[in-house]
Write a protein that binds this ligand. Sequence first.
Ligand code: COA
Length: 270
Amino acid sequence: MMGFVIFVETRKYAMINASLCDEILVLEFARPEKKNAFTVAMYTELSQALEAADQNPAVKVIVLHGAGDAFSAGNDLHDFLAVDRTIEASPGIKLLRTFSRLEKPLIAAVNGIAVGIGATLLFHCDLVYAQSSARLIFPFVPLGLVPEGASSLLLPQLVGHQMASEIFFFGEPVSAQAAHTMGLVNKVLTDTPVLEFALEQAARITHMSTGSIRHTKALLKSRVAPLKSDVHDRIEAEGVIFNDRLKGPAAQEAIAAFMGKRAPNFTGMD
Ligand code: COA
C-alpha cells in the first residue's frame, strides 16, 4: 500500500493547481468557495494544462480532482449569463474537444458533488473513482438546456434509453454507488480518501508500457481508423442546440431562479 505521493514540482495557474511528481500530473480545480464552478478562465487554463500534459514526455498519467468538498459545480452560472458565446468560441466546447482527443490516460478522483460539465467530463476519463459521498448531477433539462459533452450518446450506451431519459429529464442526483452500478465509476471509496486511491492507481500505470496504454486507450475510444467514433460530432451537435437554448427564455429563467433562490417557472416558454 502506497502512502500519499509528495509533489516535487508545482505549476500554479490562476484557478487550476498543477502538481507533477513521479510522472503523475494532478490537476486540481481550485475555486472551492464556489464549489469549483468553471469560469471561462478555468476552462481555458484546464484546456491548456491538458494539452501541455499530452505533449510533455515527463507526464505519463493525469489525475483530476476538486479542491475542498466538491469536484465541480459545473459551468459558472454568472458566466452563462455574461458570456455571449458561439460554438467556435465556447471555452466549454473547447475543453470537451480537448478531453475527447487526449491521448494519455486520464483518471478522475471525484471527491464530492459533480454537476453539469463536472459530471459529463467523467465520460471522457479512462478511470473514475468516487468518494462514497459524491453525487453526479446532470441538470441540463432543469436549466432549460440540453446535455453536452457527448453525454447524450455515451450515457444511453451505458444505461439504455429509458434510464438515460430519467437521469436527463429530472436531473436528480445520481449517487456514487448508482454511478458505479451503471459502469461510470470504477470504484467507490468509503474509508480511503479518493485522491489517495487514484494516485495509487496512477502510479501502477506509470510502470506499464506507455505505448501499450496509449494504443489501448485509442482502440477503446474508437479513434483508430476505421473504428472512428462519433463522439466528436456529437459534442458539436449538442453544442449548437445548447448555445441556442442558452440564449433562450427557459435557460435565462432557470439561471435567474437559481440566483434568486427560487423555483423556475417555465410557463409559456419552449
Ligand atoms: N455557478 C456559480 N456559482 C455557483 C455555482 C455555479 N454553477 N454552484 C455553486 N455556486 C456558488 C453558490 O452560489 C454559492 O455562492 P455564495 O456562497 O456566494 O452564495 C457557493 O457556490 C456555494 O454553493 P451552495 O449552493 O451554497 O452549496 P451547496 O453545497 O448547498 O450546493 C450545488 C452545491 C453545486 C448543488 C449547488 O450550488 C448548485 O446546484 N449549483 C448550481 C449547479 C449548476 O446548475 N451548474 C450548471 C451546470 S450546466
